[in-house]
Design a binder for this molecule. Structure first.
Ligand SMILES: CC(C)(COP(=O)(O)OP(=O)(O)OC[C@H]1O[C@@H](n2cnc3c(N)ncnc32)[C@H](O)[C@@H]1OP(=O)(O)O)[C@@H](O)C(=O)NCCC(=O)NCCS
Length: 153
């Protein structure tokens, strides 16, 4: 039988579960990073900011965070998804997709006309996930340059 996935807004009490699940932020930075994110996206409830979590049988299994941003780089209001994770034991069960669909609804209701994210070029899993959700290369190109000088011999 397919397990029921329940999506809800994050609560302050989800902080430790989110930190435990996040495997992209360096360990030493995690507590401070997520404290700041919770302050802005959960505790203050700023307009257009959304932090959702997924549960299966009352157990925390994933989270997604995004917000509406407008006029940066001349862009009309669009939704940015900047954090997403599903527990390794609950992947490939549709949890990521359900959270993504739900946050798209929230961001659209908050005024976004498009959804954007950023993925490392060689992260095939995440690229495959977002492509499956209908995302493809957009009209903006990310440009970057190192600010750290190469070590001289
Ligand atoms: C990316 C991630 C969120 C996907 O979550 P998930 O709940 O497993 O995804 P879903 O079950 O909803 O899958 C939806 C679609 O994504 C794609 N997909 C998901 N996992 C995949 C995998 N291991 N390989 C290839 N495609 C995959 C498939 O197209 C899938 O559709 P299908 O099941 O019909 O084939 C999850 O793997 C994860 O948390 N990864 C580690 C953290 C991460 O990379 N986060 C994103 C960057 S911050």
């Amino acid at each position: 039988m397919k397990e029921q996935i329940f999506i809800r807004n994050a609560m302050p009490s989800d902080l430790e579960a989110v930190i435990a699940l996040d495997d992209t932020t360096p360990v030493a930075e995690k507590q401070a990073y997520w404290n700041g994110i919770f302050e802005h996206y959960v505790n203050c409830g700023h307009n257009g900011c959304h932090f959702l979590v997924a549960e299966i049988s009352d157990k925390f299994v994933g989270f997604i965070v995004g917000e509406v941003r407008a006029w940066e780089f001349g862009s009309t209001p669009c939704g940015w998804v900047f954090a997403l994770s599903v527990s390794s034991r609950h992947r490939k069960m549709g949890v990521g997709q359900r959270m993504f669909e739900e946050i798209c609804k929230c961001l659209k209701a908050a005024g976004a006309a498009a959804i954007r994210t950023m993925v490392e070029r060689d992260n095939k899993l995440t690229l495959s996930f977002f492509r499956n959700q209908g995302l493809s290369s957009g009209r903006y190109v990310e440009l970057e340059s190192s600010l750290v000088s190469a070590a001289k011999d």
